[in-house]
Design a protein around this ligand. Structure first.
Ligand SMILES: *Cc1c(COP(=O)(O)O)cnc(C)c1O
Length: 362
C-alpha cells in the first residue's frame, strides 16, 4: 500500500520535539494566545520574509479576515481563480461580496493574468490569486493590474509554504497573504490552524483585532470581530515543524524530480514550472484525458491518489445562485476532468515513486 500522504510518519519523525512542545503549553497554564502564539507569529513572519504575521484558527478564516480588514463586503466583487479549492470563493461570499472567476493558464493551472482585465468592473475591489499545488501564481502582472485599477491583492497561499516567486518567498508580495496549517498542508498542525502575513502594520493590527472579538483590551470592543485565534498548542507544534520545513520541502523536490524522470515517456502531461517559480510541491498533479482509468488502475494497485478538484466551485450546488453556466468556464471544467494528484510528501520514498511510475506506464 502506498498512501497518498503519510501524516503519522510525519508525527513519528518529530515525536519527541512535538510531545515536549505540547507538554510545555500544558505546563504553562496559559491556553489562549500568549507567548507561544507570539513566538510562532514572529518565526513565521521571518520565514515568509514579511514584517508581520497574525495567527488565526484556520485558512478560511485567514481569507475571510483579510477581506474584512480591507473593508470588502456587500456590493463588492473579488476576482478569484475558476480553478481552485472552494475555500477561496467561500471567503469572498462569506463577507457578502461576489466571487468573479477568471480562467487558468492551462500550462500552470494558476490564474491567467492576461484574462484578469476583462473581468474588472467598477465594483471590483481585489484580486485573490491562489498559489495552487505550491506553484506561485505569476504575481508581477497581477500586481501591475491591481496598481492600474486601484485594487488590493490578497494571496491564498494555503498550499505554498516556502515557495518563492522571482527569488522572494511568498509572504508579502500582495497586500496580505493567507495561510492554512491544516494537517495535510506542507506546514501542517495537528488540527486546524491558519495565519496571515503582511508588510502593512495597519492591516496586521486590524486582523489581530478582528480575530479576537474586535478587542485589544479585555471587555473593550472596537468593532464587531470574531473568535478566530490560533491555539497555542498548535502554535507550539508548528514551531517544531517549521524548523524542518525546508528539509521536508527538499524531500518533496526530490520526489517531484523522480516523477518527472520516471514519467517522461508516460504520455501524461506533467507539471510545468516557469523559470521564475520555485514551487514547494504541495501536490504533484498530472493530466490525462484517460484520468479515470488511470486512477482506477492505481487504486487497484493500492496506490493512493486524489483529484484536486473534481468539481470546480462554479459547478457546486453551493454556487448555483451565481448563475454561472457550466460551459462559461471550460478550462476549469476540463482540468477537473483530467487532473490526478500522485502520492507526494516528505515521507514518500524514491523507491515508491519508481513503483508508482511503473504502474502509470502500463
Ligand atoms: C486548504 C486550503 C484552504 C483552506 O484552509 P483551511 O485551513 O482548511 O480552512 C484555502 N485555500 C486553499 C487553496 C487550500 O488548499
Amino acid at each position: 500500500m502506498i498512501p497518498f500522504l503519510d501524516l503519522r510518519a510525519a508525527y513519528l519523525e518529530l515525536k519527541p520535539g512535538i510531545d515536549a512542545a505540547i507538554a510545555r503549553v500544558l505546563d504553562s497554564g496559559w491556553y489562549v494566545l500568549g507567548s507561544e502564539v507570539e513566538a510562532f507569529e514572529a518565526e513565521w513572519a521571518a520565514y515568509c520574509e514579511a514584517a508581520h504575521a497574525v495567527g488565526v484558527a484556520n485558512g478560511l478564516d485567514a481569507l475571510t479576515l483579510a477581506l474584512r480588514a480591507l473593508d470588502i463586503g456587500a456590493g463588492d466583487e473579488v476576482i478569484v481563480p475558476s480553478n481552485t479549492y472552494i475555500a477561496t470563493w467561500l471567503a469572498v461570499s462569506g463577507v457578502g461580496a461576489t466571487p468573479v472567476p477568471v480562467e487558468p493558464d492551462p500550462a500552470t493551472h494558476n490564474i491567467d493574468p492576461a484574462r484578469i482585465d476583462a473581468a474588472i468592473t467598477p465594483r471590483t475591489r481585489a484580486i485573490l490569486p491562489v498559489h495552487l499545488y505550491g506553484q506561485p501564481a505569476d504575481l508581477d502582472p497581477i500586481l501591475g493590474i491591481a496598481r492600474r485599477h486601484n485594487l488590493r491583492v490578497v494571496e491564498d497561499a494555503a498550499q505554498a509554504h516556502g515557495a518563492r516567486y522571482k527569488g522572494k518567498r511568498i509572504g508579502a508580495h500582495g497586500d496580505i497573504v493567507c495561510w492554512s496549517f491544516y494537517p495535510g498542508k506542507n506546514l501542517g498542525a495537528l488540527g486546524d490552524a491558519g495565519a496571515l502575513t503582511t508588510d502593512d502594520p495597519v492591516l496586521a493590527g486590524r486582523v489581530a483585532l478582528l480575530r479576537n472579538y474586535g478587542s485589544r483590551q479585555k471587555y473593550v470592543n472596537e468593532e464587531p470581530g470574531v473568535n478566530s485565534r490560533l491555539d497555542p498548542i498548535q502554535a507550539a507544534v508548528l514551531r517544531v515543524k517549521l524548523a524542518v520545513l525546508d528539509k521536508w520541502t527538499a524531500r518533496r523536490r526530490a520526489v517531484a524530480a523522480a516523477y518527472e524522470e520516471g514519467l517522461a515517456d508516460s504520455g501524461l502531461i506533467l507539471p510545468h514550472v516557469p523559470d521564475w517559480a520555485e514551487p514547494v510541491w504541495h501536490l504533484y498533479v498530472v493530466r490525462s484525458t484517460a484520468r479515470d482509468a488511470l486512477q482506477a488502475r492505481l487504486t487497484e494497485a493500492r496506490v493512493g491518489t486524489l483529484i484536486h478538484y473534481p468539481i470546480p466551485p462554479h459547478m457546486q450546488t453551493a454556487y448555483a445562485g451565481l448563475g454561472i453556466a457550466p460551459e462559461a468556464l471550460p478550462l476549469a471544467q476540463r482540468l477537473a476532468g483530467e487532473v490526478l494528484s500522485l502520492p507526494m510528501g516528505p515521507h514518500m520514498t524514491l523507491d515508491r515513486v519508481q513503483d508508482v511510475c511503473g504502474k502509470c506506464l502500463v
